[in-house]
Design a protein around this ligand. Structure first.
Ligand code: AGP
Length: 605
């Protein structure tokens, strides 16, 4: 989950490298660096922290040159300090890397036994020093191809050589890498988003590919070291390019965009005139589908957990869910009548991509629910269902989560109707209710001031619990994840019915317990769990759409949310939890868009 950029140009490159690195900070921001070639020298500049710090260093001490590479880091090997920041350069080679070299310790020992000295703790420096040896007797492309054969693990690489001041070599195995084309300039980038501000003409490397860029040529070589051609894609232009506008940070923009993004998603898939859902080219006929397997990570996984309840309610189709990091190593009984669905905002998450590849290798049908249609996961799926949520920049996912649930809900409704497990009247009723969702989301966003009060009441606590049953249980998990990743407060999501089996021991005087209890078949049971918590001193925030329920003195706060129909409650109940996490993080002066230790796209396992 690091970001890579390389530019070979007829003019100075460091400014454009910096601008691209700023766009890449969503992939990691522990440290940043760049290296350029000038007057037969490698000029390397790097620092801990954000790209703007690197920019300031360059103001004082510019890195000249028309060929260069840059990197933003999310540390995997070695603490995030300046020495471990990329690029890693020797006298004659400089390398930026995204991925993990699994045999780096052994390779390092071999090099050290030959008297070669290391400066850093990183696996990447092993690549630099292997190349430094190879380039003494080989061409750039040959030295790279020979070095790659020694590496185990995953990499996306950008490499420059002191004695070849017009070229950049790129290589891909397991971590995404793209090439961009422009007049008198060509680019290397971790993904198309990094290159979007400079070009819309993109090619993607596949695993095993190596490329050689100059300012006016690009060559590709495959695993067999044969020269190959690559398709040139033209990227869609994001109308609402990710800009903050009047918002103080991307997360608040993305939370308040949700009525629009949900409306856009509905408009993309729902035909309001015909009262129908526009999903037709299923890779497997819904009538013959035996199972749906949903695979994802993090927040995307929570959307899958909600979808499982929807499929159980609306259809007889069996649904299995798994986190991608587990699925990819399990002994799966693949079935060609199953549809394997991969949910991923970025479409670049390494575990999810690897789980997808496992399905491809077993010749089963795959579908991806993604927000980035040019992403690796989308390009490797049989069927792609875009969220149409617009770029999501905040590391903590908000509008994409609602988008993921929306697409899964629409998919569930269409499949259930096609299988005659939802009748026409129910189908139309649910479509009409779905169309009311953006307004309901807008209404709950208007209660932000109430939620700010709750945030003030809990932000100094040492932990919290989120409880729910049915679809409110994954929403409890999502609420806890938001609070954890934004405010660094410990928070645990739990099925309300499980409290008595142990976690009730955590309840003590003043501990915040957020109870998500819509007026569904679980309400009474969840409310009695709430009483158990109150009896032990828990400070309860109740989020419900059961408006007639009178708040009793033991419930600290009650947030009433709109009600449309039970199936749609997860969308509405999520909003107060996003706002709560946001305001607690603000009160704790946390970095809202780039929380510590995290990255927006986890492209390493
Ligand atoms: C969400 O708030 C988190 N930042 C994280 O859990 C994220 O959902 C997860 O890494 C999956 O990312 P993806 O949707 O891009 O695959």
């Amino acid at each position: 989950m690091c970001g890579i950029i390389g530019i070979a140009s007829n003019k100075a490159v460091s400014t454009n490298i910096i601008e691209s690195l700023k766009r890449l900070e969503y992939r990691g921001y522990d440290s940043a660096g760049l290296a350029t070639l000038h007057n037969n020298q490698i000029l390397e500049k790097k620092c801990t922290g954000r790209v703007e710090k690197l920019e300031k260093i360059l103001f004082k001490n510019p890195a000249l040159g028309s060929v260069g590479i840059g990197h933003v880091r999310w540390a995997t090997h070695g603490v995030p300090n300046e020495v471990n920041a990329h690029p890693h350069s020797s006298e004659i080679v400089s390398v930026v890397h995204n991925g993990i070299i699994e045999n780096s310790d052994q390779l390092k020992k071999d090099l050290e036994s030959n008297g070669i000295k290391f400066k850093s703790q990183t696996d990447t420096e092993v690549i630099t020093l292997l190349l430094t040896e190879e380039i003494k007797n080989e061409s750039p492309i040959k030295s790279v191809q020979k070095t790659l054969k020694k590496l185990k693990g995953s990499f996306a690489l950008g490499i420059i050589f002191k004695s070849f001041d017009n070229l950049i070599v790129g290589a891909r195995r397991g971590s995404p890498l793209a090439v961009g084309y422009a007049k008198d300039e060509n680019y290397l980038g971790s993904d198309s988003y990094a290159l979007k501000s400079m070009t819309n003409k993109i090619s993607y490397l596949d695993d095993g590919d190596v490329c050689v860029l100059t300012k006016n040529s690009v060559e590709f070589y495959n695993l067999e070291e044969k020269k190959i051609n690559k398709k040139v894609h033209t990227l869609s232009d994001d109308k609402n390019l990710a800009e903050k506008g009047d918002y103080k940070n991307f997360m608040s923009k993305e939370i308040f965009e949700q009525p629009i993004t949900v409306k856009n998603g509905i408009n993309e898939y729902v035909d309001k005139i015909k009262n129908d859902i526009n999903l037709y080219n299923f890779p497997i006929d819904p009538k013959s589908m035996e199972k749906i397997v949903l695979i994802a990570c993090g927040t995307a996984y929570h959307s899958c957990l909600v979808a499982k309840y929807w499929f159980e309610e609306m259809s007889n189709i069996e649904v299995e869910i798994d986190v991608a990091s587990e699925f990819r190593y399990r002994k799966i009984k693949f079935n060609k009548k199953n549809l394997y669905i991969f949910v991923s905002q970025s479409g670049e998450t390494a575990d999810t991509a690897a789980a997808l590849q496992l399905c491809k290798d077993n010749n089963v049908k795959t579908c991806s629910v993604v927000n980035v249609v040019e992403s690796s996961i989308a390009r490797n799926s049989d069927w792609v269902l875009p969220l149409h949520a617009g770029p999501e920049v905040g590391v903590a996912s908000t509008k994409a989560f609602l988008g993921q649930m929306l697409i899964l809900y629409i998919l569930c409704l269409k499949i259930s109707f096609n299988r005659n497990e939802v009748n026409k009247d129910e189908y139309i009723q649910k479509i009409n209710n779905l169309i009311k969702l953006p307004k309901a989301i807008d209404d709950i966003l208007k209660k932000e001031d109430q939620i700010q009060l709750v945030a003030k009441d809990i932000y100094e606590s040492k932990g919290s619990m989120f409880l729910g049953r049915g679809t409110s249980f994954p929403i409890a998990l999502e609420g806890a994840l938001k609070l954890k990743e934004l405010s660094y407060l410990h928070a645990e999501g739990y099925p309300a019915g499980e409290m008595k089996h142990g976690p009730l021991a955590l309840i003590e005087d003043g501990l915040p317990v957020i109870v998500i209890a819509p007026k569904d078949k679980y309400f009474e049971k969840t409310f009695s769990n709430t009483q158990e918590v109150i009896a032990r001193g828990g400070k309860v925030l109740l989020i419900t759409d059961k408006h007639e329920m009178v708040i009793n003195e033991n419930i600290r706060f009650k947030i009433d949310v709109p009600f449309i129909e039970e199936s749609l409650s997860p969308f509405i109940l999520t909003i107060p939890l996003q706002l709560l996490a946001y305001h607690v993080a603000l009160l704790k002066n946390c970095d809202i868009d780039k929380p510590r230790n995290l990255a927006k796209s986890v492209t390493v396992e």
